[in-house]
Design a protein around this ligand. Sequence first.
Ligand SMILES: NC(=O)c1ccc[n+]([C@@H]2O[C@H](COP(=O)([O-])OP(=O)(O)OC[C@H]3O[C@@H](n4cnc5c(N)ncnc54)[C@H](OP(=O)(O)O)[C@@H]3O)[C@@H](O)[C@H]2O)c1
Length: 270
Amino acid sequence: MRIEGSTVLLTGATGGIGQAMAHRLAGAGARLLLCARDAARLADLAEELSPGTQTVAADIASAAGRTMLIEAATAAAVEVVIHNAGTQEFGLFQEQDPAALQRQFELNLCAPVLLTRELLPALVRRDAAALVFVGSAFGSIGHPGFAAYCASKFGLRGFAETLRRELADSVVRVHYLAPRATRTALNGPQVVALNQALGNAIDAPQRVADELLRLLDRDRGGERFVGWPEKLFVRINAVWPRLVDAALAGKLATVRRYASQANPERRIDS
Ligand SMILES: NC(=O)c1ccc[n+]([C@@H]2O[C@H](COP(=O)([O-])OP(=O)(O)OC[C@H]3O[C@@H](n4cnc5c(N)ncnc54)[C@H](OP(=O)(O)O)[C@@H]3O)[C@@H](O)[C@H]2O)c1
């Protein structure tokens, strides 16, 4: 898909990965419609980018926010939609706040599904169009400490895969982009400490933005996983999950140590 001159809607634009994507897309000549909740941060970002960058301050986990975004996207005649906004709840599952878990599903899974439902009729009528769903390595590997986050990203990956197949004879290319740990505010202090303790690689957000441009350049939709050895673990988990069960069992004590600090007010001492 040719990015130069195309109109791109990017959600989660003010976040770590979103900002890197916005800069790369602007550099490639895209016209941007940026979405997040904080209007002031959106305005600052738009000012750094190309003149004419549009913004919508909307909470896309709410029906009213999605309506605002759909109206703006329709008026801008977007051709590419990048569903990047997301949140992450870390902790032992039984210690997590049910309301926060619900908000996580609403933002990570319901919002992209419902927005796509409303935006698709216009996209299929364009000469070329693309949908990108930003998932995670945790959308393929269930990792202790992230049960509901993983569930939301597994769901998103399933949605993207199904839609890619359902739209195979249309002009809309459907992509799923799965970063591994990336240095952004999404990861709270306990997650950062866990990644360090486990020796997990942590990417700069610009790496994910580079992968996005490569993905959009492809003629066919598909999945792209960022970084080794996570790419390999995703494949191993698919064909030999028992092996990954065993590997993660060996890390469980470390995960518990950090996860039990994530929600101290709900701590269940066992
Ligand atoms: N960072 C990682 O390690 C990592 C790894 C794998 C996958 N990912 C995925 O990459 C994507 C981007 O993550 P990130 O690390 O860039 O996160 P981030 O830095 O926390 O940014 C999140 C973005 O989403 C926006 N947002 C949050 N709630 C929203 C809502 N209800 N409505 C509209 N916008 C909302 C935030 O702006 P406002 O607060 O102003 O709304 C912000 O722009 C997510 O889908 C995440 O799951 C991240």
